[in-house]
Design a protein around this ligand. Structure first.
Ligand SMILES: Nc1ncnc2c1ncn2[C@@H]1O[C@H](COP(=O)(O)OP(=O)(O)O)[C@@H](O)[C@H]1O
Ligand SMILES: N[C@@H](CCC(=O)OP(=O)(O)O)C(=O)O
Length: 373
C-alpha cells in the first residue's frame, strides 16, 4: 500500500498521546482537541469508520489533583486516572456532539482482549458502535488494571484495537514529527524517517523510550504497535499532532510523519492473522458446489451450499469447513451462531428472515474472513 492508497481506507484507528492532549501536563488542550475532533468528524462525513484511542487520563488526573510528578504507586496512578478520565470523556463528548456525532466510552483491560469470550464481546460492541456511526473513545481501564494485567501503554492498546476491528490504518499522533533515526532530544542531528518497513531491524536501534514523564511508551512501543497492527494488515503512520489538519493530511496521502509499511498485502496479512489467532469452534460440511466456489472461484460461503453445521459457536467465531468426505477445505469467521447456522444450512438467504426472524448477512462466511487450506 502506498500513501496515496490511504484515500481508500474504510476504517481508521487514531491514537493520541498524553503529552499532546495535556499540553505537556498543563491540563487538557481544548483547542487542539477541538481541531482533532473536527478532522475525525470530516472522516465520518466520508463514511470512514473512526475509532479513537485516547491517553491522558493519568496526566489530566495529575493536573486536577495538583500532582507535580507521575505517582509511583499503582493506587495513586489508578486514582489519578479515574479523575482524569472524567475530563477526557467530557471534552470529547462535547466536541463530537458539536459535529452531531455520538462518542462512546470504552475502557478495556488486557484480560478483555486475551480472554476469547471477552475479546468477542469487545469486538461485537465496537463493530455495533461503528455500525451506528458512533466514534468509540477507548482508553485502558486504568482504575482496575493491576500491574499484571496492564497494557501499560496505549500504543499497544491501539494496535490491538486495530487488530480487533480490522482497521486499515493506525494513525499515532505524538509530540514529534514522527520517528527519527534517534531520539531528537538526545541526538539533535537525527533525521526524520519518511517510510520504513515494520520488518526493518534498524527500527529497534532507532526507537527509544519516552522522556516526558507523562507518556509511557516512547517510540519503542509505537514501533511495536506498528508491527502488531501489521499482523491484521493495518498500515501505521506516526505523525505530529500539532501539525494543522494532520489527520486529514495523512489520509490524503501527504508525505507527513513516518509511514511504517506492513509489507504484506492487507488481505493476506488479515487471513494469516485469522488463521493463527483463533480456536476452531465448529464444523460445516459443504456440498461439492460450495467446495468448488471456495477453492476455484474465491467466493464467500453461502448457507445454501452447507449440508450441516456442528459444534458450539457464536457469530464471529472460527469454524472449519470440510467436504463430504471430511477433508478440511477452509476456515473462517462465521456470521451466525451454531443454532441459527443449523437452521439456515441448505437455505437461500432470502429465506433467513422467515426462518430466523431477522437477517444479518447474506453470506455465512464472507470471503475476506475465509482462509482456504
Ligand atoms: N527515534 C525517535 N524518534 C522520535 N522520538 C523518539 C525516538 N526515540 C525516543 N523518542 C521519544 O519518544 C517520545 C514520544 O513518545 P511518548 O512520550 O510516549 O509520547 P506519547 O505521549 O505521544 O505516546 C518523544 O518525545 C521522544 O522523546
Ligand atoms: N491509560 C493511560 C495511558 C498512558 C500512556 O500510554 O500514555 P501515552 O504513552 O501518552 O500514550 C492514560 O490514559 O494515562
Amino acid at each position: 500500500m502506498n500513501r496515496t492508497d490511504f484515500a481508500k481506507v474504510k476504517r481508521v484507528v487514531v491514537k493520541i498521546g498524553s503529552s499532546l492532549l495535556t499540553k505537556g501536563g498543563q491540563g487538557l488542550d481544548k483547542v487542539a482537541i477541538a481541531a482533532w475532533v473536527e478532522q475525525m468528524a470530516g472522516l465520518r462525513q466520508q463514511s470512514i469508520d473512526v475509532i479513537l484511542v485516547s491517553s491522558g487520563s493519568v496526566a489530566e488526573g495529575m493536573c486536577r489533583l495538583g500532582m507535580k510528578v507521575r505517582p509511583k504507586t499503582l493506587h495513586e496512578l489508578q486514582a489519578a486516572a479515574s479523575v482524569g478520565q472524567m475530563g477526557l470523556v467530557r471534552v470529547f463528548d462535547d466536541n463530537f456532539q458539536r459535529h452531531r456525532l455520538h462518542a462512546a466510552q470504552v475502557l478495556l483491560t488486557h484480560d478483555d482482549l486475551s480472554d476469547r469470550q471477552r475479546y468477542l464481546n469487545a469486538r461485537s460492541t465496537l463493530l455495533t458502535l461503528l455500525k451506528f456511526g458512533v466514534v468509540p473513545v477507548i482508553n485502558e481501564n486504568d482504575a482496575v488494571a493491576t500491574e499484571e494485567i496492564r497494557f501499560g501503554d496505549n500504543d499497544t492498546l491501539a494496535a490491538l484495537v486495530a487488530n480487533l476491528v480490522e482497521a486499515d490504518l493506525l494513525i499515532i499522533l505524538t509530540d514529534q514529527q514522527g520517528l527519527f533515526t534517534g531520539d531528537p532530544g538526545l541526538h539533535p542531528d537525527a533525521k526524520l524517517i519518511s517510510e520504513i518497513s515494520v520488518n526493518d531491524d534498524r527500527l529497534d536501534v532507532m526507537a527509544g523510550d519516552s522522556r516526558s514523564g507523562l507518556g509511557r511508551g516512547g517510540m519503542c512501543t509505537k514501533v511495536r504497535a506498528a508491527r502488531l497492527a501489521s499482523r491484521s494488515g493495518a498500515a501505521t503512520v506516526i505523525a505530529a499532532g500539532a501539525v494543522d489538519n494532520v489527520i486529514a493530511s495523512v489520509i490524503s496521502g501527504a508525505d507527513l510523519g513516518t509511514y511504517l509499511l506492513p509489507d504484506i498485502e492487507p488481505l493476506v496479512a488479515r487471513k494469516r492473522w485469522l488463521a493463527g489467532q483463533l480456536q476452531v469452534k465448529g464444523q460445516l460440511v459443504l456440498d461439492a458446489g460450495a467446495v468448488r466456489m471456495l477453492q476455484n472461484e474465491g467466493k464467500s460461503l453461502l448457507a445454501v451450499g452447507v449440508k450441516s453445521a456442528s459444534g458450539r459457536f457464536e457469530r464471529g467465531e472460527l469454524v472449519s469447513c470440510v467436504d463430504e468426505s471430511g477433508l478440511e477445505i477452509a476456515r473462517g469467521l462465521i456470521n451466525y451462531g451454531n443454532v441459527d447456522a443449523q437452521l439456515i444450512a441448505g437455505k437461500n438467504s432470502s429465506e433467513f428472515e422467515n426462518i430466523l426472524g431477522y437477517f444479518d448477512d447474506s453470506e455465512l462466511i464472507h470471503r475476506d474472513n475465509l482462509v482456504i487450506i
